[in-house]
Design a protein around this ligand. Structure first.
Ligand SMILES: Nc1ncnc2c1ncn2[C@@H]1O[C@H](COP(=O)(O)OP(=O)(O)O)[C@@H](O)[C@H]1O
Ligand SMILES: [Mg+2]
Length: 245
């Protein structure tokens, strides 16, 4: 079991009517690895995320979590098997405290911790500490700056101790990505789980990811280290252009 990749996407194809959103896409994320997924708008990134963490069932191919096929399962069942995700649009409860926001992430039957238990609060506080958020525990989430709320969103994914984490553009819209990135790296180091990062911010991808896949028009056009894909002609033409120094 431990030899299996954390995530394997095998020859996945998805079409919406006549549009081929994904064509025979294959990728794999080793246990503990952090892998990036980049590509222009419309490339199929969100479709791939939904094939992995959402309820989207591919027309062809398979998606496996530590060797087990999840391609035909509902999103809640995939979460139960250990797939965590964050959302590009924050899904926090603004009037609730940061601590409550994180504890309610455990309010799903499958996590199996009784409501209002001490263990539940301890876990939530540990998840906050992983991202340096202890000092905000009692503050209403809605009163915090955007960057801090993004970290709270990460704590909500983290507290469930996923075996595989999908990060959907965590840096988008941040005014100080560097500070956020530091906290993100710290938290991920503590969690230690495999990560697939979808991100347009190239310094973040370069910093976080040991390997990068590039999607264009529904197909993987390159993969390798950040440095390798950044000098790949097809990638530069399709996506990076002059974006990368
Ligand atoms: N629910 C849908 N119905 C029809 N077409 C869709 C749907 N979702 C995505 N598409 C199309 O599939 C392609 C890939 O989209 P998407 O996965 O959102 O790309 P990305 O996230 O890389 O911007 C686009 O051409 C998009 O218009
Ligand atoms: Mg998208």
């Amino acid at each position: 079991m431990s030899d299996q990749p954390a995530l394997e996407v095998i020859d996945v194809s998805v079409s919406f009517g006549g549009i081929h959103a994904l064509r025979n896409v294959s990728l794999s994320v080793a246990p503990g690895a952090r892998v990036g997924l980049i590509g222009p708008n419309g490339a199929g990134k969100t479709t791939l995320v939904n094939c992995v963490a959402g309820g989207l069932k591919p027309n062809e191919g398979d998606v496996r979590l530590y060797g087990r096929s999840v391609a035909k399962l509902s999103a809640p069942l995939r979460a139960r098997l250990g797939i965590g995700r964050t959302f590009q649009n924050l899904e926090l409860f603004g009037s609730m405290s940061v601590l409550e926001n994180v504890t309610t992430a455990l309010d799903v039957p499958m996590v199996g911790i009784p409501r209002r238990s001490r263990a539940r609060e301890d876990r939530a506080r540990a998840a906050l500490a992983a991202f340096g958020l202890e000092k905000y525990a009692e503050v209403p989430a809605g009163a915090l700056p955007y960057g801090v709320r993004k970290l709270v969103e990460l704590s909500r994914a983290f507290v469930r101790q996923p075996r595989f984490l999908l990060l959907d553009e965590p840096v988008a819209g941040l005014s100080e990505p560097e500070t956020f990135l530091e906290a993100l790296v710290d938290g991920l180091d503590r969690l230690g789980c495999a990560v697939l990062l979808i991100e347009h911010d190239m310094p973040t991808v370069r910093e976080l990811c040991s390997q990068v896949y590039v999607l264009d028009s529904g197909a993987v056009i390159a993969d390798g280290t950040f440095a390798e894909v950044a000098r790949n002609e097809r990638v530069v033409t399709a996506y990076l252009g002059a974006n990368v120094d």
